[in-house]
Design a protein around this ligand. Structure first.
Ligand SMILES: [Zn+2]
Length: 77
């Protein structure tokens, strides 16, 4: 599991722990990217979206993960 901690944009800036594996998998499935690209041509980071916006678990704020953050997290594991 690759957990990344991201602050929400609400006033309390809650720390949300995001499981990158789950988030990325879900995103790929939603967009159908995975099945439309041959695996041998897909680079490691090709399918990472520009940003992923999730809801904060503790308030109505948003948790925004950028591609840069995702890349850094993936590279550090
Ligand atoms: Zn929050």
């Amino acid at each position: 599991m690759k957990i990344v901690k991201v602050k929400c944009n609400g006033t309390d800036q809650h720390i949300n722990e995001i499981d990158l594996d789950k988030v990325l998998k879900r995103d790929w499935i939603l967009k159908g990217v995975r099945s439309s690209k041959p695996a041998e041509h897909a680079s490691k980071y090709m399918d990472i979206p520009e940003r992923i916006v999730l809801s904060c678990k503790l308030c109505t704020g948003k948790v925004i993960l950028t591609r840069e953050q995702i890349k850094k997290t993936l590279e550090s594991h």
